[in-house]
Structures are given as C-alpha cells and as structure tokens.
Design a protein around this ligand. Sequence first.
Ligand code: SF4
Length: 270
Amino acid sequence: MTAHPLASPAGVAQDGTGVVFNIQRFSLHDGPGIRTVVFLKGCPLACPWCANPESINPGVEQFLDPATGEATPAGRRHTLAEVLKECEADRPFFEESGGGVTLSGGEPMLQHAFATALLQELQRRGMHTAMESTGHVAPPVFDRALDHLDYLLIDVKHHDRDAHKRWTGGYNDLPLRNLSRALERGIETRVRIPVIPAVNDTPTDAAAFAEQLHSLGVGRVQLLPFHQFGERKYLLLGRPYRMAGVTALHPEDLTEYRDTMIRAGIDAFF
Ligand code: SF4
C-alpha cells in the first residue's frame, strides 16, 4: 500500500508540494500592512471552537452540502512555485503598505518542510514574512522557521496546563516555550487569547493569563472574543459542532476581563 505523502512522522510530503486550503489576498488582520495569507492544512490540536475545521485534517477533503449534494474541495496540493507566483502578484500592495505574506492554518509547521522553504524563499525575494502559529511545534522545527520570520502571531489558549490539554488536545508547554524563544530572538510578536465561554472567560482567568504572560516578558495581548463563524463548515464536513448554542462574545462583554489584565500590567486590546 502506498503511504499518504503526509503520513510520515514529520508530516512532510515527499514530492515538495504542500496542501493549501485557501490563499486570501488583501488581508488587513494577519500582520502589518496588506497581506496575502496562505492557509496550510493540518493542525496538531482540535479546539471545539475552531472556525476553520477544514484546517485540522492534513489531507485534501471535500465539503459536501447535504441539501444539494454539491461537493467542493477543501484543500489542494500546490507546488512552492505556484504559491510564490500568487504572492508575487501582490508585491506592489506589500511595497505600498508595508505588508507581506502570512502563513496560517491549521498549524503551518505541520507541513514544516514546505512552509519553511516558502518563508525562506519569500525572505530571499525581499518580502516581509509572518506566521500565525499555534506554537504547538517541536522546538528545533520552530527555531528553523524563526530563522526566516519577521513577525509572529501566536495564540495562548489556556493558562492552565491541564485545561489546555483538556480543551485543545495538547499541553501549553510547547506554545509557551516557542513564544518565549521568539521573544528571546527579538522576533516582533503578537500574542492573542481566544476568549471562549466556560473555557477561559472569567476575570480569574484573565488574572492568571496576565501573570503567565508577564513572567514571559509579554506586555501586550490581543483578545479574540468567541464567535460561531465556522459553524456551517462543520455541517459540510459531516462533523458535529461542539459549540452549538454557545453565545458569541463581544468586546463589551469582556470589559472587566480586559481591565483585569490592564491592572496586572498587560496592555490588553481587541
Ligand atoms: S489550534 Fe487553531 S487551527 Fe488548530 S484546531 Fe485550534 S483553532 Fe483550529
């Protein structure tokens, strides 16, 4: 039987291609300036609130509409040259706005050979590079990506080690270690907390996050209130949506949360 190209322990395709589920142009929220965001499939975690459930499985999948029977692909194999061509098309916008290319996912480092080669080549061509990472990545792999990274966006999903494992499937050791490493290396970093009802949304959680981030030398954090934007995609993938019926949060619901962090010395913002 032929092994799936992403079935190797390192999660690396042998043919030099990567599985990409979206290339989003003109993004303004994934790093400085106008950005092209390359979404790579595959994530080592499985958060119930994930807004991109098609990002979790590393292989090509299909969205299937149960009402119409219409199928659309979720993910496609791309060569490095194909992705670079898309990025090059947006270079004038990057130059005008101080933007560049952001790798996102899933966890881009689940396809680390492809993702790191892409970062390296973008940087060689003079394009600003950013990565949106879970931080749940083996340290040597993460360190190699940092060699070619100008900007890091990283989520800290729970301050408590066991709760992080319970909710996401992985402990918070690697995200905290890799965040700390990026700061040590002077990589410009934006830390974010997805604030999720009944998971990490109390002022006590805010105080614990603040203490943890303080100890790592983080002074600023973006709060991402829970929303249900991804719900329909679960239906199309035939998977249960575990956040059904959970009310979305808005910045005004989290004033006390934000203020608790600010009082503890962390500049929290939305
Ligand atoms: S880490 Fe991000 S991409 Fe992975 S399952 Fe959680 S929310 Fe989804």
